[in-house]
Design a protein around this ligand. Sequence first.
Ligand code: LLP
Length: 404
Amino acid sequence: MSLSLSNQQLISIANEYGTPVYVYHAEKITEQFNKLKSAFDKTNARFFYAGKALTNINILKHIRSVGCNIDCSSINEVKLAVHAGFEKQNILYTSNGIAFSEIEEAVSLGVNVNIDSLSNLEKFGKKYGHTYPVGIRLRPNIMAGGNLKISTGHEKSKFGIPVEQLDKILALVKEHGLFICGLHIHTGSEIKDVSVFMKVADIFFDLVPNFPEVRFLDLGGGFKVPYKEDEEGTDVALLGEKVNEVMQKLKQTYHRNFEAWFEPGKFMVSECGYFITQVNVMKQSGGTMFAGVNSGFNHLIRPMFYESYHRIENICNPNAAKHAYTVVGNICETDTFAWDRQLSEVREGDLLVFYNAGAYGFEMASNYNARFKPAQVLVIKGAAHLIGKRDVFEDLLRNQVEVL
Ligand code: LLP
């Protein structure tokens, strides 16, 4: 039975901190990390939490405290990681489409860097030659992931250096004496099929002889977690076994030791998160019963942006008969969280909880319609702590320069 927060805990947090509110459960994050550790216990594996999923500093500190490393997608994420106490060798910066100056800054902080364009690789070679090890992000031309917007490995994707440009990479390595310490491929998000990761491993297998100094093979993140009641996530135990097999084979074939690196985001924090909203308005219209909550895509954009399914429950009336409700927000746009969803009878004032709200929930929130971003609460050892204040009116004006 995996860890979760009870309805009672969520109701009392809503009463204390108001709604809408994001709630995170620290021990659930630990549980997820432990699953990974035990799945890969035979392999020389390192895990770098994809911080982009949720960067609240307390979450980062908790993740560090359980022994996980961190993957960053911007220099500011790198700085947050440093602030959270991660040591530089445990920070990875997987850059994409950035100005070279950000890479210089990452180097000055001494963190691991993955580069994803020939252009930046060339600049890197010119400036650092063999003095600073660097990983290269490749594009494998594999289509995988929950939907096109979160698929990053296909041949129309902007990410990584296409594998077919290997000659160009090798020419740069030769010309500048680059110290290529790692190869990186992240194929997408919500990949259930273990064989996708094994295809990536096969690509690495063929590439490795070209890079005598490579010591890590980074298979990215993208493990699927269940969003629906009856859904299964990536079988990480199976993945662990398969990766172990291929790592053994690599060792036997090339007589070199490699580390397998991973960058899980959703796997680490999706299920630890709950987003609690309150029903403002019930509206009957034609055949539809709308439940209008005090939120919208300004707070949780995944359903509208990716058509993602988030399980919803009415925690104030959990045992009542179920009916179909279309759950919408209060933004002046069509911000439908769910169409005709079966929920136990909903009344104005009830609390509707969205599950799997830890990853890319608050992190993608905005102040659209001049609404406040929600508060964030962390439950650790049974106690709730406010870790992010709800905006106040002054926040809406904070960065505005009034010239009139
Ligand atoms: N590594 C790299 C280089 C990535 O680009 C990503 C995600 C990850 C790791 C972590 O992927 P995860 O384990 O979380 O699937 N906002 C979207 C997901 C975007 C993912 C972007 N990159 C969503 O809410 O579905």
